[in-house]
Ligand binder design. Structure first.
Ligand SMILES: CC(C)(COP(=O)(O)OP(=O)(O)OC[C@H]1O[C@@H](n2cnc3c(N)ncnc32)[C@H](O)[C@@H]1OP(=O)(O)O)[C@@H](O)C(=O)NCCC(=O)NCCS
Length: 156
């Protein structure tokens, strides 16, 4: 299918969060609550939304304190628009706007080559502590082994 012209916007105004939740669901990048997506994007430092006509077809966001490495939190493109350059256009748009020249991200397992093509390298010493550790182990994102559960480790 032809994607027609894709228009990119940084502003969260006018974004239909239910539509974005649907893009996440179909991409797939998980079932997310539209209200939580609104809060996450509204509190992010740099956002980018891709539209094909009226249709929201992709997005990405980063958070930063303008000192430490910025974090790319999510990048998502609707399935029928994937592999057409939309994801890399969103990523390049948000990276161009960062105030710091360092950026990290936790990639969905299997998408590493997309980021490698954009110049990212695997960071061997990055570590993580999650509440749902086992899910990340089962999905190949975390090494297996004795692991603390953040909820258990840090709850009062
Ligand atoms: C990952 C994702 C954002 C990439 O967006 P996209 O619009 O499909 O990517 P692009 O078309 O811009 O890809 C740019 C290049 O990378 C390639 N590429 C895309 N995904 C790839 C992958 N998983 N592995 C290897 N190469 C990939 C494309 O073929 C393209 O190459 P080309 O320039 O030679 O044609 C999109 O596939 C997606 O939303 N996936 C589901 C959700 C997800 O996993 N998000 C990532 C969270 S970390």
């Amino acid at each position: 299918m032809s994607t027609g012209e894709i228009v990119y916007q940084e502003d969260v105004s006018g974004v239909n969060w239910k539509d974005l939740a649907e893009v996440y669901n179909r991409a797939p990048l998980g079932k997310l609550d539209p209200g939580k997506l609104r809060r996450a994007y509204s509190n992010s430092d740099v956002c980018c939304f891709a539209f094909s006509g009226e249709a929201l077809v992709g997005s990405g966001r980063t958070i930063s304190d303008d000192e430490a490495p910025a974090t790319v939190c999510e990048l998502v493109v609707a399935p029928e628009y994937q592999r057409k350059g939309v994801g890399s256009a969103i990523l390049r748009s948000i990276l161009r706007k960062l105030a710091v020249p360092r950026v990290i991200l936790a990639c969905v397992h299997g998408q590493q080559d997309f980021y490698r093509r954009e110049g990212f390298l695997s960071h061997e010493s990055v570590m993580a502590l999650y509440a749902n550790t086992q899910w990340f182990v089962d999905n190949g994102n975390l090494e297996s082994g004795e692991s603390a559960n953040i909820a258990a480790a840090y709850s009062d």
